[in-house]
Design a protein around this ligand. Structure first.
Ligand code: IDP
Ligand code: MG
Length: 140
């Protein structure tokens, strides 16, 4: 197994409900280490750039509006198979389909307001980490 890094975002629905600590507890309990973390307010342009891969989807505009509706916490998680492991801890995109005990099953409000983002591949993780963090911000 390889030590990987992945980008995680605690989304506005979760920061609004003061769930940052509870969500971080899930990462740490699963063996993922938070090696960089920052709370910030995304701008519309930043949200559009981050989710550019989804720009042709019907939900794109709503998704960007949701992502700027409150603060987010962006973080780098490190651990064995971190990309896949984090996706497992997060659960399915639609909380109705998320396994019991996953973050989305426990906390998500809807398919859109689903509490967390996690990179879906090692390649995308590298791109997404560098979107938010410089090397000097990441302390492994
Ligand atoms: P993921 O976050 O599980 O990787 P993606 O398909 O990459 O899911 O979608 C990115 C985000 O867009 C989702 O986390 C969710 O917030 C939102 N989203 C995805 N599908 C829908 C939808 O059908 N309706 C509304 N929002 C959606
Ligand atoms: Mg995705």
């Amino acid at each position: 197994m390889a030590i990987e890094r992945t980008l995680s975002i605690i989304k506005p629905d979760a920061t609004k409900r003061n769930l940052t600590g509870q969500i971080n507890e899930k990462f740490e309990a699963a063996g993922l280490r938070i090696i960089a973390q920052r709370r910030l307010q995304l701008t519309s342009v930043q949200a559009e750039l981050f989710y550019a891969v989804h720009q042709d989807r019907a939900f794109f505009r709503d998704l960007c509006d949701f992502m700027i509706s409150g603060p987010v916490v962006v973080q780098v998680l490190e651990g064995e198979n971190a990309v896949t492991r984090n996706r497992e801890i997060m659960g399915a995109t639609n909380p109705a389909n998320a396994d019991d005990g996953t973050i989305r099953a426990m906390y998500a409000e809807s398919i859109q307001a689903n509490s967390v983002h996690g990179s879906d591949s090692i390649e995308n993780a590298a791109v997404e980490i560098s979107f938010f963090f410089s090397q000097i911000d990441i302390v492994g």
